[in-house]
Design a binder for this molecule. Sequence first.
Ligand SMILES: [Zn+2]
Length: 79
Amino acid sequence: MRGKETTVYCDNCGRSIPRNKAVAYEKGISISTDLHTENDIRFFERKKVYYCISCGKHKGIFEKKKEQAQRASQRENRY
Ligand SMILES: [Zn+2]
């Protein structure tokens, strides 16, 4: 809808925040079906979460984002 801000919820404190002020962060979750057999199937799921600015700072999201960007560029160099 025009003129209406999309509101997201902080994954940490649950506060509702306008999306343009939220810190988006991609969490990687690995799921393993069975660790002890050879039929182990692993999933790596990416989930996008949002944090409010204060939680983002508190949880070091900005640092993590920097790290992720570095890792991504390293990966690009390798291939
Ligand atoms: Zn928060």
